[in-house]
Design a protein. Structure first.
Length: 446
């Protein structure tokens, strides 16, 4: 007789107004895994699945809470059946040692993913850098403060960490940061240009290859395309060597290609090179006119559409390796409703500022700082609940706006569009902002 418990690959993340199930990282491209929202009834039912009761006994317990509400009892029963079919609930073979896998908080919202920009310093001078990073900058998140943030994040059940920059491997304590995150979190991604992968960094990533994940930039099949964008000769050769070395040693590597007017015709050749180097994944993302990137670098609509169609064909041929960035997904109508920016995922900059997304990079658009206070206190005053239910721009709201194709499906792009319009001397009213109260919630004007 079935005495269900939550399968070990799932955890429950509690929030003030509900809960959701999330799949633990298992080497998939998605660091956060699959997510299922839970109603209050589903959450209570799931918690009763502790391995000591069969389904009939669980429903009897539910009936004590809902009374003779037949539809709710039927809903609870259907939830159990569906959860068993999806592998969320499994039969308890040994009750001993089972603990309900609950994280988060019923008091305050907390993200499940942290993207941490360790520094704004970089050894390259990439022409499209969204942070405008470079060799002359030098902000670093202090080791002591960073370890405190990470410890607190662990206590709240955060399981995936992304370390980026600038160039994260420039941070003087990168080995210690990697060691701590790889020991304590289910998934750790290192976003790097691949030019500074030392033996110690490689050894750490290899030692935890079941939970480590590395993204390395590769902007063309030869040094001509790559080095011209990255600004430093020899960066292509170092990136290629890093991809091959890590892949050969069992580390999952995602090759990321930044698409612009100068390399858009080399997608297929770059993909083939990534495959030959052993890369686990291949991702293309169009350059956006933020940071150092200029409007002249941005792909025109026809090139965007052509790129999207080519990647669609490559994905059909190699679905486990080829990914499409959200900017390209929007062209094929495959963009999700809410990406989780500002709620399930937040970005922490090298100055300690908390931002809803890495694209939101202006001081006026940041809502807290963690240098002088704990992460939980900083997030207590952040609008995570607002972002949790925020609907991104849609054609329904933005049909009459000239920027609708640009903003569609992304909560950060209206800010970028507004800045672009302002720089061009255009006066626009953001219909999405008026509908959602976005700027008012964050305390600035659009």
């Amino acid at each position: 007789m079935l005495r269900p418990i939550v399968a070990s690959k799932w955890i429950v993340f509690r929030e003030p107004k509900g809960a959701y199930l999330r799949e633990k990282y298992s080497g998939s491209p998605k660091l956060t895994g699959e997510i299922w929202d839970l109603t209050e009834l589903a959450y209570v039912t799931l918690k009763m699945c502790d391995g000591t009761k069969n389904v009939r006994e669980i429903l009897e317990e539910v009936s004590k809470l809902v009374g003779n509400n037949i539809p709710m009892l039927e809903s609870a029963g259907a939830f159990i059946v569906g959860a068993v079919e999806k592998g969320i609930l499994v039969n308890n073979n040994s009750y001993e040692g089972y603990h309900f896998p609950e994280h988060g908080s019923a008091i305050r919202y907390f993200p499940m993913h942290l993207a941490i920009e360790l520094t704004d310093k970089c050894n390259l001078r990439c022409g499209h850098c969204y942070r405008d990073s470079g060799p002359n900058l030098g902000s670093f998140l202090p080791k002591k403060r960073l370890l405190s943030i990470l410890s607190e994040a662990y206590d709240y059940g955060v399981q995936s960490i992304e370390l980026s920059g600038g160039e994260p491997t420039i941070h003087p304590d990168i080995d210690a940061m990697l060691d701590f995150t790889l020991q304590n979190f289910g998934a750790v991604a290192l976003l790097t240009n691949g030019t500074r992968i030392t033996d110690s960094i490689c050894d750490l990533l290899v030692s935890y290859n079941e939970r480590s994940f590395v993204q390395i930039d590769l902007d063309g099949p030869t040094a001509l395309e790559h080095d011209s964008l990255r600004g430093i000769p020899g960066s292509f050769e170092k990136a290629v060597c890093a991809i091959a070395r890590l892949s050969k040693n069992g580390v999952r590597v995602r090759v990321a290609m930044s698409l612009h007017r100068g390399n858009v015709d080399t997608i297929e050749q770059t993909y083939e090179l990534a495959c030959n180097l052993g890369a686990h994944l291949f991702l293309c993302s169009p350059v956006m006119a933020i940071g150092r990137a200029t409007e002249e670098m941005v792909l025109p609509w026809d090139d965007l559409k052509r790129s999207s169609e080519l990647l669609e064909k490559l994905a059909d041929k190699d679905p486990k390796r080829v990914l499409k960035a959200s900017e390209l997904k929007r062209l094929s109508g495959k963009l999700g409703a809410n990406c989780g920016a500002g709620s399930r995922s937040i970005t922490i900059g090298p100055d300690g500022d908390i931002r809803p997304c890495f694209l939101v990079n202006k001081k006026s658009h940041r809502y807290k700082n963690i240098i002088a206070e704990s992460l939980s206190n900083a997030l207590a005053g952040a609008p995570l609940e607002f972002f949790r239910t925020l609907e991104p721009p849609s054609l329904e709201i933005c049909l009459d706006c000239q920027f609708n194709a640009y903003c569609f499906g992304c909560i950060a792009r209206p800010l970028l569009a507004w800045d672009r319009a302002k720089k061009s001397g255009l006066k626009i009213e953001c219909l999405w902002d008026r509908e959602t109260g976005f700027s008012e919630e964050l305390g600035f004007s659009m």
